[in-house]
Design a protein around this ligand. Structure first.
Ligand code: BGC
Length: 751
């Protein structure tokens, strides 16, 4: 599409392109060769609705492979796997003639209560950014657009269409925008979806700073900004801010508003030209893809879903090596989720799966010993007491007669969904009661969890083995059997902390806010950054996950590459009896930091497959830009110079070795004024030396001698505004201060 082609459109045609034709389609422009394209959810499969649309997962959609949602796939930390899943979703989109898949979501898990945490990867922005980029790469490799969502600071469902996320610049940049920036710069998504909420008072859909300054001018985004479904409050303001495409269509209402705004001069027509050109370019991009021959290969995609699920199951605990189970063990499978799996979350991401594995069937298929099943509990809200008692008795009977009990517990579907948040993070009491009765009958008990958001593990001390299965998609049942029997050696690790108590969690006092405002009071201290800074014990730390084998880490060494990236190398050896995969993590800290920094922050990771006895070299690259903090004084990223520690770790609390690297800092030219403190002036490369010399000449040691013993003069002066020195009787001419400040340009000389 050329500028002449845009010029060939009437203003009405341009405006029409900027709003959906219906719930899922863009408008076509007959006569200009612009077809309509379809956009559908996402993110862990295709939810293509044939009939009338909805964004709540209510209406039926065509069968598609339901891969594990992000909560599970995030735990794989496996870039290659997630890219392959993205490719498969892209292929299904091509077969179904879908132009854009609405995902992935890279919002940060700020609170365990967020009802939509199952759609997000992590509490850490590097994990979310790297894995999100892999998903975008995979989808787009098939000539299908991805839609990176929900931009931005959409970390709760409560009041999601109005709430203002009140967040300071540093956490905004360093935590909440970082993952988006990474995906945009590395994977160049064709579309970005703005979120419903407001950010510091401004609707994301109308936030020019967010949609244009940061997204396009800083990150170089060149695609289409699409609204979340129904996120536009004022279409004219939204277009002016940089929101190109409003979805779904508003039956012509917003088109008329745009035309009226151009007519009355409040909107420049060029804004329509720019946005229409972007939408047209998107349509052209999707039209250029290669067709897929033949129907969907259901078996192959189901097998990939099983592989992905197997890599997503976290072995939290395995005392005495209870797992893997021997195939000839007599097993009691207990818990309704074994027969009626919870494998995805509710809302717009709900896939109509091509198949659905049930764990109990898959266990039966692999076991050679006896397998009995008892539901144990009902996931419905109202269950008659007599029924509950009968179910419990059946579970106890099954457990007593078996060598091992495998108990499937989890969150009933209604407890977590898009559209609302959870009230607490506990498993239902009836399930815990059944578990206790089973453990009393048979101490060889394995717990398998199905939950989209973190649950506390109050029962952990009573059971020897726990698998955190999250929501595993349509092949989760088979994958669970694979892990239980050791066909797959678990390798997943947590991308979010499991706290001991919900009250310990970072946003506990500030979630979900009130009166449509939520303060991000914990600042930078999100997830493990918080638990580490507060030195709180946790049930399982970020990055934790066990294996059926053991890994030994060799010593690490570091070097600095051209451009300032830091490379940390080490060897990892599989010292156990079976093949496995180790997720190696690298955290940085700067002990001498002058700015607030979390004690330890993840900077890089790698998933390393190893045969028994095999050793591999692993190289982890830390981008220099990822060492930077956001400096509010100069509105810019700054790397503070100093000796950084890089911890090579098996989890955030299992550091295997540390290397130290000297990193050169970025110069920071803070504007100086009369309100600048003496410390700030001394730190300035131009004015500092002049002031230091003047102070030495003027005062010598005299003032220090005048101070009461024990008072640190340099600390006292550090925050003293230089413009006020004269008022305190010091022999300083205000003109001298002005001359000093003139040593370098100032933005604020008058204040
Ligand atoms: C959700 C989006 C989704 C859209 C379309 C919205 O309610 O927030 O994630 O893509 O609906 O279904």
């Amino acid at each position: 599409m050329t500028s002449q082609e845009i010029d060939s459109l009437t203003i009405e045609e341009k405006a029409a392109l900027l709003s959906g034709a219906d719930f899922w389609h863009t408008a076509a422009l007959e006569g200009h060769g612009v077809p309509s394209i379809m956009m559908t959810d996402g993110p862990h499969g295709l939810r293509k609705q044939r009939g009338s649309g909805d964004h709540l997962g209510l209406g039926d959609s065509v069968p598609a492979t339901c891969f594990p949602p992000a909560v599970a796939m995030g735990s794989s930390w496996d870039v290659d796997l997630i890219r392959r899943v993205g490719e498969a979703i892209g292929t299904e989109a091509v077969i179904e003639d879908v132009g854009v898949v609405l995902g992935p979501g890279v919002n940060i898990k700020r609170s365990p209560l967020c009802g939509r945490n199952f759609e997000y990867f992590s509490e850490d922005p590097i994990v979310a950014g790297v894995l999100g980029a892999a998903m975008v790469d995979g989808i787009q490799s098939r000539g299908v657009g991805a839609s990176l969502k929900h931009f931005a600071v959409n970390n709760q469902e409560t009041d999601r269409m109005r709430v203002s996320a009140e967040v300071d610049p540093r956490p905004l940049r360093e935590i909440y925008l970082r993952a988006f920036g990474r995906v945009v710069t590395d994977a160049r998504p064709w579309t970005v979806m703005c979120s419903y909420n407001r950010v510091n008072g401004v609707y994301a859909s109308e936030d020019r700073w967010l949609l244009t300054t940061v997204l396009r001018e800083e990150w170089g985004f060149d695609g289409v900004v699409v609204s979340d479904w129904g996120a536009v409050d004022d279409r004219v303001r939204a277009l002016a801010a940089g929101l190109d495409l409003e979805m779904p269509g508003s039956r012509g209402v917003s088109t008329a508003q745009l035309l009226a705004a151009v007519a009355d001069g409040s909107l420049d027509e060029s804004a329509l030209d720019v946005a229409a050109a972007r939408v047209w370019a998107l349509v052209e991009r999707t039209g250029a893809r290669a067709p897929v021959s033949g129907p969907l290969d259901v078996d192959a995609h189901h097998a990939l879903a099983r592989e992905a699920a197997g890599r997503s199951i976290v072995l939290l605990k395995n005392d005495g090596g209870l797992l893997p189970l021997s195939p000839d063990a007599d097993i009691a499978v207990i818990g309704a989720f074994a027969a009626d799996p919870r494998y995805q979350g509710a809302g717009s991401s709900m896939i109509n799966p091509t198949r659905l594995d049930r764990a109990v069937d898959e266990i039966r298929a692999m076991a050679t010993g006896s397998v009995t099943y008892a539901a144990g509990f009902d996931t419905a809200v109202d269950v008659a007491e007599s029924d509950a008692a009968r179910l419990l008795d059946e579970a106890v009977a099954a457990a007593s007669g078996a060598e091992v009990a495998v108990v499937f517990l989890g969150l009933p579907a209604r407890l977590e969904s898009e559209g609302y948040d959870r009230d607490d993070v506990d498993l239902p009491a009836n399930q815990l009661a059944v578990l206790q009765a089973v453990v009393d009958a048979n101490s060889n008990t394995v717990v398998v969890l199905s939950n989209g958001g973190v649950v506390t593990l109050s029962f952990a001390a009573n059971v020897p083995a726990i698998l955190e299965g999250w929501l595993l998609g349509q092949a989760g049942g088979g994958a669970t059997a694979d892990v239980l029997f050791g066909v797959v050696n678990p390798s997943a690790k947590l991308t979010e902390t499991i706290p001991l108590r919900f009250a310990d969690s970072p946003a506990y006092l500030d979630f979900p806010g009130e009166f449509s405002r939520v303060r991000y009071g914990e600042g930078l201290f999100v997830g493990y950054r918080w638990y580490d800074a507060r030195d709180l014990d946790v049930a399982h730390p970020f990055g934790h996950g066990l294996s059926y084998t053991t890994f030994e880490y060799g010593p690490a060494s570091a070097s600095t590459a051209a451009g300032g990236d830091v490379e940390v190398s080490l060897t990892v050896t599989n010292t156990g009896p079976v093949a496995g995969r180790e997720i190696v993590q690298l955290y940085s800290s700067l002990p001498t930091a002058t700015t607030q920094r979390p004690p330890r922050e993840l900077k890089a990771f790698a998933a390393v497959p190893l045969e028994p006895g095999q050793t591999r070299e692993v190289v982890l690259v830390v981008r220099r830009t990822d060492l930077a903090y956001w400096d509010v004084r100069v509105d810019s990223w700054v790397v503070e110079g100093g000796t950084y520690s890089f911890d090579v770790a098996a989890s955030s609390r299992d550091v295997r070795s540390t290397v130290r690297v000297e990193v050169a800092g970025d110069p920071v030219a803070v504007p100086l004024s009369r309100t600048s403190s003496i410390g700030e002036v001394l730190a300035d490369p131009a004015a500092g030396p002049i002031l230091r010399a003047a102070m030495a000449e003027m005062m010598g040691d005299a003032p220090a001698a005048m101070m009461p013993e024990g008072v640190d003069l340099s600390k006292l002066l550090d925050s003293f505004p230089i413009g006020r020195v004269a008022m305190f009787g010091a022999d300083v001419d205000p003109a001298m201060v002005d001359a000093l400040l003139a040593a370098r340009p100032s933005d604020d000389a008058e204040t």
